[in-house]
Design a protein around this ligand. Structure first.
Ligand code: PFF
Length: 448
């Protein structure tokens, strides 16, 4: 069994969880999902999801991880001996591969933009030219696969040298910086002509624009963004010390994550309307809009470089946490050495990521339900795997797990008040199963 060590400080543990949560989900995916789903109403539902399901599921994963100091499979075996709940771990592993498969392609795009920024390619063009630039990037299989592979190689190099903690330390400096930069870009975006329209789109809830699919998307987005539903936070919290307040930590992760998502929206949408980009552009949205924002700033070259560098680090702390799910599993449950576990995880990830990277070019005629492979992975990861995974975690902690374990974890064995317990139990017991039921009806086409 690999030696288990705790995080040295509360900040170390929180920084790792925030590092996992804050990433492309907030900066790239949140704006595009909000754009596709009509803006304000989507965001309202999104915040509701964070409150009634996001925070409770983070807490559930923390409870499972810290009470057992084990990975998901071992934890479920310890908490429910003789039962088959541990089989759920395999779904988590599959889910983590699917997420990292499409996610690393977007990380590859970030590296391309970092490269372009360094060459000065992100200035002096019209919004249409920036749009064409992205189109030609994704149409080029070599570039897409090349950047994706470069990103993955960096990711697995960091992991095989055991310097994740170092990266997390770097990230705990980069993250606040990212936050400051986002605020600066928000101000810049808000000063653009016609910015008001973007703000209205973002914050005025027009429910006629929100479909049932949009509600499902809001749930999926919340789960992807918080890194819940595929046992990532179980693995991280298995290293937490016994004297930290899980409730406070869960709330901190959720608040910071949501703040970064909303700031990204405030940065993107005023510019979307000001430059006449379609808010429904989908995954390409931020890549079309950001260069035009940088261009408006004096020293735009430096801003662009800095921004993509920070986003790169934010993504890396997320993919590290994602790849840690199968790696820890292989080491602890299949007694593999760390290098071997990393090799298998890397191999499988490379395969899936290549398929995703080729789905805009060589494989673009492979479609299911009108979606290419990338879109399918993106949709399946958040709206099916993470969402259902998170809700099952909720039902497990709400209905099946011994209440004493829950109480002990929330109060640290009676030392804290644990005031959130009734709220937590209510959400886990009632909101989660009702949500699962509706999602099931939706996915099977019974309601639409
Ligand atoms: N939460 C990350 C983001 O918003 O970019 C993505 C992610 C990381 C999802 C880790 C799942 C996970 F286990």
């Amino acid at each position: 069994m690999a030696k288990r060590v705790g995080f040295a400080t509360r900040l170390g543990a929180i920084a790792a969880a925030v590092g996992s949560a804050v990433g492309l989900g907030n900066i790239w995916r949140f704006p595009y999902e909000a754009g596709v789903n009509g803006g304000g109403a989507f965001i309202l539902v999104y915040i509701l999801c964070i409150l009634v399901m996001g925070i409770p599921v983070i807490l559930s994963e923390f409870i499972i991880g810290r009470s057992t100091h084990s990975n998901m499979k071992a934890a479920l075996m310890k908490l429910s001996p003789g039962k088959k709940y541990y089989l759920f771990t395999y779904i988590c592993i599959l889910g983590s591969f699917i997420v990292i498969g499409f996610y690393s392609v977007v990380c590859g795009w970030i590296i391309e933009y970092l490269y372009q920024a360094a060459l000065g390619g992100l200035s002096g063009h019209t919004p249409q030219e920036y749009s064409d630039m992205f189109t030609s990037l994704i149409a080029n299989p070599w570039r897409c696969v090349g950047w994706t592979m470069l990103f993955l190689i960096l990711n697995f190099m960091v992991m095989s040298r055991g310097i994740e903690k170092g990266i997390e330390r770097v990230a705990s400096i980069m993250m606040p910086l990212l936050f400051v930069i986002l605020i600066i870009f928000c101000v810049k975006s808000l000063l653009l002509p016609g910015a008001g329209k973007g703000l209205r789109f973002l914050f005025y809830p027009d429910f006629s624009q929100l479909s049932l699919r949009g509600v499902l998307d809001a749930f999926g987005q919340a789960f992807l963004s918080l890194s819940i539903g595929i046992s990532c936070l179980v693995t991280y919290s298995s290293y937490f010390k016994d004297n930290t307040s899980l409730t406070k930590d869960a709330a901190t992760v959720a608040i910071l994550d949501t703040l970064v998502a909303i700031l990204s929206g405030v940065m993107i949408f005023p510019a979307v309307f000001s430059f006449g980009v379609e808010p429904t552009a989908g995954p390409r949205l931020i890549f079309e809009v950001l260069p035009s924002i940088f261009q408006q700033m004096s020293g735009g070259y430096v801003w662009a470089l800095l921004f993509f560098l920070l986003v790169f680090f934010a993504s890396l702390t997320s993919t590290i946490s994602l790849s840690e799910i199968p790696i820890t599993f292989l080491i602890e449950e299949h007694k593999q050495t760390r290098p071997k576990a990393i090799m298998w995880t890397a191999l499988f990830t490379f395969m899936l990521a290549t398929l995703a990277a080729l789905s805009f070019n060589v494989l673009d005629d492979i479609k299911l339900f009108g979606k290419n492979i990338f879109d399918m992975m993106d949709y399946a990861a958040s709206n099916i795997f993470m969402l259902l995974g998170g809700l099952f975690t909720a039902v497990y902690v709400g209905w099946i797990l011994d209440r004493k374990v829950v109480h002990d974890q929330l109060t640290n064995g009676g030392r804290l008040k644990g005031a959130a317990e009734p709220y937590l139990i209510f959400c886990l017991r009632y909101v989660a199963p009702v949500s699962i039921f509706f999602i099931f009806l939706y996915l099977t086409g019974i309601i639409y």
